[in-house]
Design a protein around this ligand. Structure first.
Ligand code: NAD
Ligand code: TDX
Length: 335
């Protein structure tokens, strides 16, 4: 199978490429990635020689069209992915997430190529902490941030191309991923690398916001499950019952790294900060038989911490500029 992976030099996309080559030796993988601040070919170390790597923009039809034409399936990960960045400057989110998706859809339609769209649970807005409900495939879209609104718009484009043009597409909306090769701007890598640098972790607001954590390999196995067995036009939610609030995640990181559980700072909250995400993944489990392999968040987190300990050369180049950016917008609050 010839697989075009967009965003394959980013966090989830690079882990997808590593996992694909490990589990599907016959797959012929092409990566299309613009190598923005969030992408690096070092995330493909060890597999670069087994794939074709194309540096280019998913919103550039001249680049996209021949690559899609030469593929059996497109798995679209490329995106601007960080909520805080979307609050500072939404414009690249509109171009990459909306125009980029549109460009891929047009090529997939023209060449009748199977398309899988990787999306997020953030399109459903947020839940109250005491709400017994979780997100399902039927939850209405109410995105909060420019990032989640751009992802919501891209999901709508995919569904319109399915209905109007008969595109052979599937969608998946996943909860928060953790694991190796995640950019240090994101919550878990930021705190782990702060502790490695002797800096206190930074918690937004009261820290009671809940995220539903899933290991990136479990997400990517689910994506393959949908690519291979999902029904055209269908959406599948991906999650592994990993709800935990941010305070507890920081306390666990500190404990696993041999620090006091309260050795962190409270900083200015994110504007419009979603309170809680929670995924009901029954459709994926029952219809397609997927189950996550990582049994506990604690074990997966400990392995992720070890990865950052052992790969300073991977994260160090981005650390200083990321923290300088945060320092301009966030203040440490007195307790
Ligand atoms: P990431 O920011 O780590 O990686 C994004 C990759 O896309 C980078 O390699 C970047 O260079 C590339 N890219 C950006 N703009 C591009 C463009 N115009 N053309 C080509 N390449 C471009 O993101 P991630 O966390 O790996 O997320 C991947 C996908 O999964 C996104 O679609 C995101 O919305 C979705 N998702 C992420 C999570 C999560 O927890 N990280 C959860 C659910 C869904
Ligand atoms: O320093 C921090 N301190 C903090 O308390 C950072 C960077 C974040 N946070 C909080 C904000 C969130 O409640 O931690 C939580 C997780 O933050 P992010 O890592 O920025 O993730 P989130 O905003 O939840 O979005 C992530 O999951 C859904 C991904 O970045 C998205 O791409 C994905 O769609």
């Amino acid at each position: 199978m010839k697989v075009l992976v967009t965003g394959g030099a980013g966090f989830i996309g690079s882990n997808f490429v590593h996992r694909t080559l490990a589990t599907r030796p016959d797959a012929e993988v092409t990566v299309l990635d613009a190598l923005t601040y969030a992408g690096s070919t070092t995330s493909l170390d060890g597999v670069l020689e087994r794939i074709r790597f194309v540096e280019g923009d998913v919103a550039d039809a001249e680049v996209v069209d021949p690559l899609v034409a030469g593929s059996d399936v497109v798995v679209h990960f490329a995106a601007e992915s960080h909520n805080d960045n979307s609050l500072a400057d939404p414009s690249p989110f509109i171009r990459t997430n909306l125009v980029g998706t549109f460009t891929l859809l047009e090529a997939a339609r023209k060449h009748d190529v199977r398309y899988h769209h990787v999306s997020t649970d953030e399109v459903y807005g947020d839940l109250e902490l005491d709400d017994p409900k979780k997100f399902t495939e039927d939850t209405p879209y109410t995105p909060s941030s420019p990032y989640s609104a751009s992802k919501a718009g891209s999901d709508h484009l995919v569904r319109a191309w399915v209905r109007s043009f008969g595109l052979r597409a599937t969608l998946s909306n996943c909860s928060n991923n953790y694991g190796p090769r995640q950019h240090v701007e994101k919550f878990i890598p930021r705190q782990v690398t702060n502790v490695l640098d002797g800096v206190r972790p930074k918690l937004y607001g009261d820290g009671l916001n809940v995220r539903d954590w899933i290991h990136v390999d479990d997400h990517n196995d689910a994506v393959w499950t949908v690519v291979e067995r999902g029904r055209a036009g269908e959406t599948y939610l991906i999650g592994a019952n990993g709800e935990m609030n941010n305070r507890d995640v920081i306390a666990l990181i500190l404990e696993l790294m041999g620090q006091e559980p309260d050795a962190y700072d409270h900083v200015t909250d994110r504007a419009g900060h979603d309170r809680r995400y929670a995924i009901e993944a029954g459709k994926l489990r029952q219809e397609l038989g997927w189950t996550p392999r990582y049994e506990t968040f604690r074990d997966g987190l400990a392995a992720t911490i070890d990865w950052y300990r052992e790969h300073e050369e991977w994260w160090r180049p981005a650390k200083e500029t990321t923290e300088a950016k945060y320092a301009r917008t966030q203040q440490v609050l007195a307790r």
